[in-house]
Design a binder for this molecule. Structure first.
Ligand code: ATR
Length: 271
């Protein structure tokens, strides 16, 4: 049976084995997918051993996504831009290929699952860390009218905006100088994890604004609560992004796209 794994540290929280087991059964693919806790010092060796023993594909999670990118001989454009990879596999010559499916996953969740448009929209994206870096390339491929990257540390937003300047209309801004309204506000800061909200000025939202938090939880995130309190049209969280990035990896590995709606509603019930 073809073997797949997710590598991370910690790994216990990973929902990937459950998600991929459902994809495999839905598409009648004979695969086995497990999780492995990898000590910080062992990552490269574990990847090498996995493929040497016939393993077919790896998902990579915190804190190894940058190292996964570094060891790949053939990174995708999205992985190159993110300088991070969450999906590894071998090509026919046995060389390591890498992709970063987070951004495509988020875009698919928004455009397919939520049935919303990103093209020609004014989009505000909060944060300039790894999570945001990982989604910019697919986001800009949707041809938004404008993407503003706002971050607490302005220099990081500026560096990121410069890095993607050739891909579309992007600019950097501090939180305090933001001028709305925006059609979309996407939260890619890790502030939600600690229950914090970036210091957002008034005037960013209008009645038709939709928001998306890359984080998710059993309750609405602090960011989603802020958005709903301001009367946005819809506030979505990142559970669909989690499922869609997994579906994208599965499709790369197996050449078959799994359906995701059932897995997403099942996962929602588990939260
Ligand atoms: P990740 O991989 O989750 O993106 P990261 O690379 O450490 O993690 O980036 C975290 C992001 O959340 C950064 O943009 C960070 O802002 P700074 O660059 O100024 O550090 C942002 N962030 C974290 N806590 C925040 C808070 N309480 N308010 C606003 N932004 C916050």
């Amino acid at each position: 049976m073809d073997q797949y794994q997710v590598l991370g540290n910690p790994i216990k929280q990973s929902k990937s084995p459950q998600i991929h087991a459902q994809f495999a059964s839905n598409t009648a693919q004979d695969v086995e997918y497990s999780a492995q806790l990898v000590p910080e010092s062992d990552f490269e060796q574990v990847v090498e051993d996995f493929f040497a023993s016939g393993g077919k594909g790896l998902n990579i999670t915190v804190p190894f996504k940058q190292r996964a990118f570094s060891l790949a001989q053939h990174p995708s454009a999205a992985a190159n831009l993110a300088q991070a990879a969450n999906t590894l596999w071998l090509n026919e010559s046995g060389e390591v290929c890498a992709d970063n499916t987070d951004g495509v996953g988020m875009v698919r969740d928004i455009t397919v699952n939520l049935g919303a448009e990103l093209s020609a929209k004014r989009i505000l994206i909060l944060g300039a860390g790894g999570a945001v870096r990982g989604v910019l390339e697919p986001l800009l491929a949707q041809k938004p009218a404008q993407v503003v990257i706002a971050n607490r540390t302005l220099s990081k937003a500026q560096a990121l905006a410069e890095a993607v300047a050739s891909l579309g209309p992007v600019q950097a801004c501090s939180f305090e100088h933001l001028q709305g309204p925006f059609d979309w506000i996407i939260n890619g800061t890790s502030a939600s994890l600690s229950g914090d909200l970036p210091p957002l000025p008034e005037g960013l939202l209008q009645a038709s604004t939709q928001t998306y938090d890359m984080m998710y939880g059993a309750q609405a995130t602090v960011f989603s609560q802020w958005a709903m309190a301001h009367g946005v049209a819809k506030a979505s969280d990142g559970l669909g992004m989690l499922v869609e990035q997994a579906a994208e990896s599965f499709t790369i590995w197996r050449g078959v796209r799994p359906t995701t709606a059932g897995v997403l509603s099942w996962l929602r019930q588990q939260l």
